[in-house]
Design a protein around this ligand. Structure first.
Ligand SMILES: Nc1ncnc2c1ncn2[C@@H]1O[C@H](COP(=O)(O)OP(=O)(O)OP(=O)(O)O)[C@@H](O)[C@H]1O
Ligand SMILES: [Mg+2]
Length: 332
């Protein structure tokens, strides 16, 4: 395309409010500048596009582009605005590195695409309940300034028995139209091999469609995130399709400390005995630890105290252990 044509196309996309096209033409111009040896100009253009993109996705947090899905998608996808960023999530170093790799690929996706590469965008979160999978999906959206769309497959499958695959098609079409983080939460519903006889055919169909849709690339580079508690239930064929599999695990002593500290701030704990707190927290999930610490803070507020003791926190942690036992007793 000549420059004049590119300018016309940019003006047109501007009028139509089609930011994706607008920026992608700008990047084409940058690439052609680079080819003609004007590397500095090319770099300057690219960084302007990146700035504008970050700006426009921040500005998007109110009405139009963030509008909740309507029409045929209503009830299939729930839109949430991201509440977290990476610094809110307590993760081990290995997870953090992988998480940052994904963010980096997504942030520099134009650069990768110019080199014929696709950024990581199909990601599986595996881990026990309450280890921060949903929270991390939220943080990923927050870091990338993208909306978070949550899809509950269980509901989809039971509500649309027989037409689940068609509904999935609609959702995947949406991922191509609107850039965002699409979280297929509690993914076991589709990924697992169901035993209930009459479900099997439907589950197979849904799974096959899912596999097929996952293979399709799209220019928006939306992030497809699946989250599950049961990796063993997942089909091998499915595991291969992910660009990255992130495994969430129980918190270490150091992480227990950070979870408690983050949750009690700004309240102070007088001479905390970490050894006792860590001991009491062992065996609890990240989510239970956060809740216990939060309970301790609430009690202190109600008692009109502005400080916590080790005992306050330990008691609440022990309480969480007994809630767990009570729950297991009632289950059996
Ligand atoms: N790694 C973490 N760092 C900080 N807070 C956490 C972490 N994990 C869990 N929490 C706290 O626990 C809450 C619940 O966690 P979350 O919903 O992300 O767990 P999950 O892994 O998705 O669990 P499930 O498998 O049951 O869906 C979070 O909103 C947060 O307050
Ligand atoms: Mg979850």
């Amino acid at each position: 395309m000549s420059n004049a044509k590119q300018i016309i196309a940019m003006l047109r996309s501007r009028t139509e409010g089609d930011d994706d096209t607008f920026f992608s033409i700008a990047l084409q111009v940058a690439a052609s500048e680079a080819r003609q040896g004007r590397r500095d100009t090319a770099q300057e253009m690219r960084s302007e596009v990146e700035k504008a993109r970050a700006q426009s996705s921040r500005g998007q947090s109110v009405p139009i582009p963030f509008a909740a899905p309507r029409g045929s998608l209503e009830g299939l996808i729930e839109m949430r605005e991201a509440r977290y960023t990476l610094k809110d999530v307590v993760l081990n170093d290995r997870l953090l590195t992988r998480f940052n790799d994904i963010l980096r690929q997504q942030r520099r996706r134009d650069w990768l695409r110019e080199h014929g590469k696709t950024p990581a965008r199909r990601i599986l979160f595996v881990g026990p309940p309450g280890s921060g999978k949903t929270m991390s999906a939220d943080a990923m959206a927050g870091e990338l300034h993208l909306p978070l769309f949550v899809i509950r497959l269980e509901g989809l499958i039971t509500r649309y028995m027989g037409e689940t695959a068609a509904k999935l098609r609609l959702i995947f079409d949406e991922t191509a139209k609107r850039r965002g983080v699409y979280l297929f939460d509690e993914f076991d519903a589709v990924g697992g091999q169901r035993t209930a006889v009459n479900d099997v055919a439907e589950m197979r169909r849904v799974l096959n469609s899912f596999l097929q849709f996952m293979e399709e690339g799209n220019s928006t580079d939306s992030v497809i995130l699946c989250s599950t508690n049961h990796p063993s239930l997942l089909d091998r064929a499915l595991l291969r399709r992910y660009d990255q599999v992130l495994e969430f695990v129980a918190p270490t002593s150091e992480q227990i400390k950070r979870l408690v500290l983050n949750s009690v701030t700004p309240m102070k704990t007088v001479r905390p005995v970490w050894k006792n707190i860590i001991l009491a927290a062992e065996g609890l999930s990240q989510s239970e630890i956060v809740r216990a610490a939060d309970d301790a803070v609430k009690m202190a507020i109600l008692d009109q105290r502005n400080q916590l003791t080790t005992e306050d926190i330990v008691t609440r942690l022990q309480e969480r252990h007994s809630m767990r036992t009570a729950f297991m007793d009632s289950e059996s």
